[in-house]
Design a protein around this ligand. Sequence first.
Ligand SMILES: Cc1cc2nc3c(=O)[nH]c(=O)nc-3n(C[C@H](O)[C@H](O)[C@H](O)COP(=O)(O)OP(=O)(O)OC[C@H]3O[C@@H](n4cnc5c(N)ncnc54)[C@H](O)[C@@H]3O)c2cc1C
Length: 397
Amino acid sequence: MQRYDVTIVGGGSAGLTLALLLAPLGLKVALLEKGPMPQPAAPQFARVSALNPASMRVLSTVGAWSGIAKSAQPYTAMRVWEADSFANIDFSDAAGQPLGWICDNEQIRQQLYLQIQQQANIECLFDCDISKLEQTEREVLVQTASGQLLLSQLLVGADGVNSFVRQQQQLALTHWDYDQQAIVAIINTQLPHQQVARQVFLASGPLALLPLPGQQQCSIVWSAENAVATELMALSDTEFNQALTAASQSVLGCLSLNSARQRFGLKMRYASQWLRGRVLLVADAAHSIHPLAGQGMNLGLMDVAALAQILAAQQQAGKPLAEHRALRHYERWRKAEAQTLIAAMEAFKRGFSNDQHALKLVRGLGMSVLNKLPGVKQQIIAAALGNSGDLPDIARP
Ligand SMILES: Cc1cc2nc3c(=O)[nH]c(=O)nc-3n(C[C@H](O)[C@H](O)[C@H](O)COP(=O)(O)OP(=O)(O)OC[C@H]3O[C@@H](n4cnc5c(N)ncnc54)[C@H](O)[C@@H]3O)c2cc1C
């Protein structure tokens, strides 16, 4: 039987970052991951995330950012527009600072794991299946399929959208289908992307063109209604390239696939309860949102930074880690932030998936006015930079 202060289930970006934030507090941490150990490999960009400066600061704190940045593509402007309308809006930072970075998801995990290997008080178990999870008033017991027993004061579910921890602890989930699927691929572009992240709203859903290293490569996230996505997946590469170029309104000239297409079903998931006794949820285990604003991983990293801050305060005050009042503080704080984003994504998705001419006109006027209002635009830029809302200390500018 091994004793730990905190057991983390899930070694994605959220779980690995949390382990690294807790280790300097002197806490003994176990991290259980059902998949294999991250292996060093060159970035493939099969899955990417747009990370904002607030996330960059969190990843810098744990020592992983310099490694991630080596393969990341900064973007210094964002351009959003609506197809077949005059609605458009452009964002850039007045000081020319990056608004964010397009990062390879696997590189993020690899660089975090490199840091973890230097921490004596984090123990990782990979290829690990949990066969039992029980909590008493005093501790949480985990038994792995290979028979190991782990006891800890606190257990954190960082095990993604289909969280085993959430289901096992019967934490209620609200969910709805966005009725869209995201098609993800790497593409070559005829024209240079010039470090601009672009997104066009089509009647069937948004298409994002995210700049990758090298001026003429992008990652696309094409979210489309289920039927449209099925049709797009069935097209030959040549037909898909034509459809993609047309959908992008040739903003980067002719576009052509440079990887296979992957498809992801899109669902909003929100756990109405994130906490039961000594077990709590973070990141995608607690919430998953539409990728149209590229905020899911950013939100999860803020969750773990907030939780680490609260646990550090408990440590310093000599109070128990899993004190109910402290864990409720985490839950209330982060639920409020997640709810704000979920509502914003819903408004965006519904607002732009209506093709009525009158609505289109209003959207066009609204976006054009926004584009000229520096005060409002500054607020939107602050949100995109991750600088708005109630940020954990280490994420503040
Ligand atoms: C198409 C698409 C585009 C996106 N683009 C962006 C973007 O641009 N910017 C952004 O911020 N976000 C983006 N996101 C969201 C982002 O990918 C997720 O929010 C983020 O990866 C979630 O991280 P996580 O650590 O919570 O979960 P995950 O990355 O899913 O990690 C969970 C880990 O838990 C492990 N696990 C699962 N079950 C168990 C178990 N029973 N026991 C042990 N381990 C377990 C899994 O193997 C996995 O390693 C996008 C999402 C999609 C679908």
